[in-house]
Design a protein around this ligand. Structure first.
Ligand code: UDP
Ligand code: MG
Length: 310
């Protein structure tokens, strides 16, 4: 199998037929074998029936039907687990990601890249609030992580089988696939496109889900919030030190202080600083435990000649 197209589906009944037709038109331009892998993520509409009907008409159509809604990232993960193609495409079902771009992606892959993601030049039909929060989030994420997560990209991309094999070795529960793929490395490149409006239906990413997704991204790739507590503790400690000196000074030399003020001030400042540093230390351990629990591979090998030499 040359190409696997993974399509997560949540209430997309008005889009499935058109998506299929456009995808099919694109894929028949390759002289390669392909499969469409629909992952029905607990749709409440007729999506599943439509998929089943398509699969009875064409043998390149496969589907997985979830027992309930597990979320977009999990749906894509299930697709990755089942895909058998050498190149795998992840695409939204709502036609915001134009299938025709797959041709350009394949061309880039032919040049030797292992990941080709789609970078949006602009985004139609999305309100200023989504644009603002998205751009803010990715800027923060880039600032506090060491991996290079590209701006203005979603999960629409073509990846080599090698990448999928590594993804399967990353058993983390909270998936942030675009970050994981950046983290994995290899040769990555992009093609640019204009993001279309949703063809029909409504977004299933309301603010609450977006926030959770953003938190998944930050916690999966950054210890900055944990480490921040420790830094804060040190800063508070230094401030407390000077405050304590001032308190003692005014207790000894200025007789304007109220009875009991000095002892309360000294203990509050001291204990506050000690507690914060204590939390920071726990944070350092927690971050190491977190990394062990994530159980990602320590390194990923692109190539080696060890097999030939032994
Ligand atoms: N999706 C899914 N499960 C969900 C939410 C969304 O499989 O819980 C699918 C949805 O059908 C679509 C893709 O994920 O194919 C992107 O969703 P959506 O268009 O709602 O997100 P947006 O483009 O607004 O970020
Ligand atoms: Mg969409």
């Amino acid at each position: 199998m040359d190409y696997s197209i993974i399509i997560p589906i949540y209430n997309e009944k008005e889009n499935i037929q058109l998506l299929h037709d456009r995808l099919h038109k694109v894929m028949t331009q390759f002289s390669s074998s392909f499969e469409f892998l629909f992952v029905n993520d607990g749709s409440k509409d007729k999506s599943l029936d439509l998929i089943k009907e398509l699969s009875s008409q064409h043998d390149y159509i496969k589907y997985i039907d979830f027992s309930r809604n597990f979320g977009h990232q999990i749906a894509v993960t299930a697709g990755l687990d089942q895909a058998v193609g050498n190149r795998i495409v992840i695409i939204d079902a709502d036609l915001q990601d134009p299938p025709e771009l797959i041709l350009d992606m394949a061309k880039k892959m032919d040049e030797g890249f292992e990941v080709v993601f789609a970078k949006r030049k602009n985004r139609k039909g999305e309100n200023w609030f989504k644009l603002l929060t998205a751009s803010l989030f990715y800027r923060i994420l880039r600032a506090i992580t060491s991996i290079d997560i590209p701006l203005n990209t979603g999960d629409f991309r073509m990846i080599d089988r090698k990448i999928v094999e590594v993804l399967k070795q990353m058993p983390e529960q909270n998936k942030f696939l675009r970050g994981q793929i950046s983290w994995i490395g290899f040769r990555q490149n992009y093609v640019e496109y204009d993001r279309d409006e949703r063809h029909a239906g409504e977004t299933s990413y309301p603010l609450k889900k977006m926030m959770r997704f953003a938190l998944d991204g930050i916690t999966a790739f950054s210890d900055a919030p944990l480490k921040f507590v420790f830094t804060l503790g040190v800063v508070v400690f230094v401030l407390a030190f000077f405050m304590i000196i001032y308190t003692l000074y005014s207790w000894l030399f200025l007789d304007s202080t109220v009875q009991g003020w000095s002892s309360i001030m000294v203990s509050i400042l001291f204990i506050g600083a000690v507690q914060m540093i204590g939390i920071g230390i726990i944070g350092e351990y927690l971050s190491r435990m977190g990394n062990n629990v994530k159980d990602r591979p320590l390194y990923i090998i692109r190539e080696s000649n060890i097999d030939e030499k032994s």
